[in-house]
Design a protein around this ligand. Structure first.
Ligand SMILES: *[C@@H]1O[C@H](CO)[C@@H](O)[C@H](O)[C@H]1NC(C)=O
Ligand SMILES: *[C@@H]1O[C@H](CO)[C@@H](O)[C@H](O)[C@H]1NC(C)=O
Ligand SMILES: *[C@@H]1O[C@H](CO)[C@@H](O)[C@H](O)[C@H]1NC(C)=O
Length: 293
């Protein structure tokens, strides 16, 4: 009896190896191997995803730091979902890989290794996408513009507080700032260490447009740059008349214009009065002549 079971298991194992070896037949009984196993991670919210939707079987996720024991997340055992949230399971600087196992829901096939697909390796610190930062523009006199950048919030917590990317990356976090004169295409680039930047020598009376992205030089390739923010532009300087000519000149000009207008009005009134007097005098003379005849 016991020997039979062992023989049977061995046979199934051999059969599984054969079947799994050829991509044409991924199905083992009714269990389908997971496909497209991939990490998606945004501001340290990290989710493992795969397909297809299971019918009459379940998936279990096992993950491990490279070279260490496998761990399971209780939410992703014998589950019919095709994703597993591992945000709170991963250490920042760990390098992980994950297996997605296809298992029958009853666990009747537990004595053979279930078919599985392994993910690529993933390291939160190096691989999560850093989302677009928000920032404020403070334009003041003297053609100075201050950029004040808000470090994006991550999905990580410590002592009941959400961590932002500055808490995580510390000195490794820089920002890239791309800017150009409004309406021109020539972009300039600047890298800053802090979450703020000052622009001093900008052209007068010009509007400038800025976009900002997190920049982590310790990473590799295109992982260094996070998502770019939407552009924001400084207001076009519309100097008022007072700024251009000064208060005294404007006041003087206003007085002169006022005096001129008053003079014109006085003149018109005087003329009208004189004209009316002349016409009425002419009328009187005429009436007198007629009655005289
Ligand atoms: C896997 O990805 C490919 C291409 O991205 C897609 O065509 C296919 O439908 C995906 N398969 C599953 C099971 O999600
Ligand atoms: C899933 O199981 C149900 C009930 O056992 C069965 O009726 C159905 O045909 C199965 N579906 C597949 C795709 O095996
Ligand atoms: C992140 O990537 C850099 C550059 O490839 C590497 O030197 C570093 O060890 C990586 N960090 C982690 C925690 O894997």
């Amino acid at each position: 009896m016991e020997r039979n079971t062992v023989m049977f298991s061995a046979l199934i194992l051999v059969w599984l190896t054969l079947v799994n070896g050829s991509p044409a037949s991924l199905e083992v009984g009714k269990l389908t191997k997971a496909t497209n196993v991939s990490w998606s991670s945004y501001n340290f919210k990290t989710i493992l995803t795969w397909g297809p939707k299971p019918v009459n079987y379940t998936y279990t996720v096992e993950f491990s730091r490279v070279g260490r024991d496998k761990v399971r997340n209780p939410h992703c055992i014998r589950s019919s979902e095709t994703e597993c949230d591992l945000t709170n399971e991963l250490e920042l600087k760990g390098v992980y890989s994950a297996d997605v196992l296809s298992e029958s829901p009853l666990g009747s096939a537990d004595y053979v290794e279930p078919p599985y697909t392994r993910s690529e390796t993933f390291c939160p610190y190096n691989d999560t996408i850093i989302g677009r930062p928000e920032f404020r523009l403070n334009a003041n006199k003297n053609n100075k513009i201050m950029l004040i950048i808000q470090d994006p919030i991550t999905a990580l917590h410590k002592d009941g507080r959400s961590l932002n990317i500055r808490d995580v990356f510390k000195k490794n976090l820089k920002y890239k700032i791309a800017y150009n004169k409004a309406g021109s295409t020539g972009k300039k680039m600047r890298t800053v260490d802090e979450s703020k930047a000052e622009f001093n020598s900008l052209d007068e009376d010009q509007s400038y447009c800025f976009s900002v992205a997190a920049y982590i030089p310790s990473r590799k390739g295109d992982k260094r740059i996070g998502e770019w923010s939407l552009p924001k532009c400084s207001p076009q300087e519309h100097k008022t008349l007072i700024e251009v000519y000064g208060l005294a000149v404007i006041g003087g000009a206003t007085l002169i214009i006022l005096a001129f207008v008053i003079a014109v009005i006085v003149l018109i009134v005087v003329c009208c009065k004189r004209a009316r007097r002349q016409t009425s005098m002419a009328k009187e003379i005429k009436e007198y002549n007629i009655s005289d005849v």
